[in-house]
Write a protein that binds this ligand. Structure first.
Ligand SMILES: [Zn+2]
Length: 495
């Protein structure tokens, strides 16, 4: 194939990384492999905004072919695509710069004149990134935001802007170590992604390295309520000095602390820090979201944002899609879509739903994500599903990037719990929604990181059809504010 004008050093060295060419050089497109993934879509938006021509392909639409990247100047692969994939090999042989999504993002951000804020942690990254972006936007900082969930106000996975970059920093595959954050947030550190790291010690070491990079600049912000994040914060303080790491959360000793103004009115929050306090009304339910708001606010303080403006921005953020997102209603049934795929996240999401609708029956349709995670955490999943919901239906395991593991099925989870947790297939799950319509107030949440979201949308569409045929428009269409409809619209999930 013919390539022209590629810069020296664009070729991928063995074991090294290719370099993104300068934007707008007219040398060909940056080809994104796995372009439909959340992280890739945000990267695409940022690349196009910077003047790159972008092409892409995805397994879910047309599959892959070694000819896809022909004529491109670089190939960026998602972490789901192995380095020895035929399309990647063909691109490298043709002389394209070949790199992972994380490498491309790191290079893109280093090429800007503005600082990078990296939002890391086992849980809550997407919501905190979205919140911080919304707060920075309201405070006039004009941020570039890259977030792992779709945010309706930005019509996608990124907000473009010339100010500081606020990016979700993923620990999977050590991706976040490609970033150079001037300000690092660590929300929680748990034994996740053991396939990459092998041990909790190795995970903590990677987080400490990530957070330490911000030392001497704007420092590290860590969640005081999470033992893992606390260890990282203390490590950074020991290594670089007490002023390099500040805590946030609900704990009484946190530097930046969020609390409900009065018990029962949980959406009205007061945020206190060493030099002041503000109040805000949040659209996001639950204890974990109060922590997320405190974290985003702490970052915004470190960025020098006006506290009142930042608080107004945080209060207006309705959440990213699939984070307790209300999809529709059928009579007394509310259908919710949620991304929780770790026992801690399952517990937090179920608790948040209980908090917003204390009297409603709560059914969860849970889809385990990854065979390795299911086998490692089946007991914890079973316990949290049993404790958090009135009834749990467990779909077959969604393998994503993994081949099946012998003997690892969703019944590992149901067997670890009582009779309220049982396995089901997709048809049974949809039947539950239809059956529930005959009863009283009922929340049905479809939960998981896999394609369970499609099932949730199917259920919502079926509900709209039933509702539309007999009873006029569904309640969901009555919400006047599209932003509120994502996340936790008070009119729907809320009381
Ligand atoms: Zn392809």
């Amino acid at each position: 194939m013919i390539r022209t004008g590629a810069p020296a050093g664009a070729r991928s060295a063995p074991g090294g990384q290719g370099r993104l060419p300068a934007p707008g050089a007219g040398t060909g497109a940056v080809h994104l492999m796995g372009a439909k993934g959340a992280g890739m879509q945000g990267l695409e938006t940022a690349l196009e905004w910077l003047g790159y021509e972008v092409s892409g392909c995805d397994l879910s639409s047309g599959g892959h072919d070694p000819r896809h990247a022909k004529g491109a100047v670089a190939l960026v692969r998602s972490s789901a695509i192995p380095p020895d994939h035929p399309e990647v090999i063909a691109a490298a042989r043709a002389g394209l710069a070949v790199m992972t999504r994380a490498e491309a993002l790191g290079q893109l951000l280093r090429g800007r004149d503005e600082i990078t804020v990296g939002i890391a942690g086992s849980h809550g990254k997407t919501t905190i990134t979205g919140l911080t972006g919304a707060g920075a936007e309201a405070a006039g900082l004009d941020p570039l935001v890259l977030v792992g969930g779709r945010v309706s106000r930005w019509d996608g996975y990124a907000r473009t802007g010339a100010g500081p970059a606020v990016v979700e920093a993923d620990e999977y595959d050590r991706s976040f170590l490609q970033l150079d954050p001037a300000l690092a947030l660590v929300s929680s550190v748990e034994a996740e992604h053991l396939d990459t790291y092998g041990s909790l010690e190795a995970i903590e070491s990677a987080f400490a390295e990530f957070a330490g990079r911000a030392a001497g600049r704007l420092g590290c912000v860590w969640c005081a309520d999470d033992p893992g994040a606390r260890r990282i914060g203390q490590l950074v303080q020991e290594r670089y000095g007490a002023g390099e790491a500040m805590s946030y959360g609900l704990a009484g000793d946190a530097w930046c602390r969020a609390m409900p103004v009065e018990p029962g009115a949980t959406d009205l929050l007061r945020i206190k820090w060493s030099e002041g306090e503000v109040s805000l009304r949040s659209l996001l339910p639950g204890r974990h979201n109060r922590q997320n708001i405190a974290g985003a606010f702490a970052v915004l303080l470190r960025l020098g944002a006006d506290p009142e403006a930042a608080a107004a921005g945080l209060g207006g953020f309705g959440g990213a899609d699939r984070r307790l997102q209300t999809l529709g209603r059928l009579r007394h049934v509310t259908i919710v879509d949620d991304y929780a795929h770790h026992p801690t996240e399952v517990a937090a999401s179920l608790a948040a739903l209980r908090e917003t609708r204390p009297g409603a029956r709560l059914t969860v349709v849970f889809q385990p994500h990854l065979y390795t995670r299911t086998t490692a955490l089946a007991g914890d999943f079973g316990r949290e599903l049993e404790a958090g919901a009135d009834e749990a239906l467990v779909l077959p395991v969604f393998g994503a990037r993994e081949p099946p593991l012998l003997g690892v099925t969703s019944s590992l989870i149901s067997k670890a719990a009582g009779p309220s947790v049982r396995t089901c297939d997709r048809t049974e799950a949809l039947d539950v929604v239809r059956g529930a319509a005959a009863g009283g107030e009922h929340l049905v949440v479809f939960m998981g990181a896999g394609d369970v979201t499609d099932l949730a949308r199917e259920a919502a569409a079926a509900a709209a059809e039933i509702e539309g045929s007999g009873r006029g428009p569904a309640d969901d269409s009555a919400c006047p504010d599209a932003e509120r409809r994502t996340g936790a619209c008070r009119a729907h999930v809320g009381a």
